[in-house]
Design a protein around this ligand. Sequence first.
Ligand SMILES: Nc1ncnc2c1ncn2[C@@H]1O[C@H](COP(=O)(O)OP(=O)(O)OP(=O)(O)O)[C@@H](O)[C@H]1O
Ligand SMILES: [Mg+2]
Length: 352
Amino acid sequence: MPDETIRSILNAVPLPALFLGEGDRIIGQNTRAAALFGAVEDRPFITVIRQPAVLDAVAACRAHGPGKNGEAAKTVRYTGKDGSLDVIYKVHVAFVTAGPATGVMISLTDVTHEEQIGQMRREFIANVSHELRTPLTALMGFIETLQGPARDDPVARDRFLGIMSHEAQRMNRLVSDLLSLSHVEEMGRVRPDTRLDLTDLLGSVLRNLGPLAEKEGGRLVADLGGQAVFVEGDADQLRQVFGNLVENAVKYGGRPAQVEVVLRVIERDPSLRGPALSVTVSDNGQGIDPVHIPRLTERFYRIDGHRSREMGGTGLGLAIVKHIVNRHRGRLRIESALGQGSRFTVLLPRVS
Ligand SMILES: Nc1ncnc2c1ncn2[C@@H]1O[C@H](COP(=O)(O)OP(=O)(O)OP(=O)(O)O)[C@@H](O)[C@H]1O
Ligand SMILES: [Mg+2]
């Protein structure tokens, strides 16, 4: 029979918790455990969690009995389901002496989030290593060639040094993008508070990138409205945002690239719940298949990795853009259809 005392103690635990009496029968559960497992009182524990690691921990806990402090605790991992999602729990198993009654108390902590962070960190390190290894391998190969077969060949030497410089620049860009990403992440919680004229800032970005577009015979067209409009922002970071969007539009746009940058004043934007400014960068490229759109802002995600690398891209640009826009409490929207170019819109809260 479930004991009221046990149940009331379990209900004071802020985690799903069960109490196992003799023969590992569940003699108490709190409401959080009921939400997770359903009503399981009076049932054998093995019918609730079948994972051997957890069952072994319970057996070991019983064999050990009360420890030095009257309890022995074990922590094992248990994978459960929440709808279609896997949830990872750390299961804490402890021997409990409650007056004449003894038993095992089980409590579960959801560690899914920490596990995901760990997984992301591992993937990130693997990606960085891979991205650095490619140019590094090329550099090492050329150094070897220059020390050996091409030692006395001035023509080959010049050519190889050119390639080596290109690869070294790529590594340099990667490292500065990584530093910039970590810097933006670090500042993520601090809201920028310098009042800036966005028209002016966009003008300077476009002046700097004009030559890049013209190099390929392309064109940058701007409609900035002409009047000063203000946001609270970090000028360097906002330049980075629009710089990357315009650069992408030129790089991945059509040939010749036709890039349009439009700044609009929005009286009230529902998603920002207030006055806003929108900056749209559109191009005449091949467009982006909708399957890629949600993933574009992931670090190192590229649609055509080969093409991006060839153009010196690190695949970190849009990840940095997203972080900066979030820091400014703004929104990034990507719209595109294959064959119809792409539109990247940044919405920022407007101040007077
Ligand atoms: N305007 C666009 N049209 C089509 N594809 C785009 C456009 N902008 C970005 N992409 C795709 O999204 C990917 C990620 O862009 P992102 O800016 O993050 O990286 P990158 O441009 O490859 O490198 P970096 O910006 O670090 O130099 C690109 O590799 C490209 O495949
Ligand atoms: Mg880019």
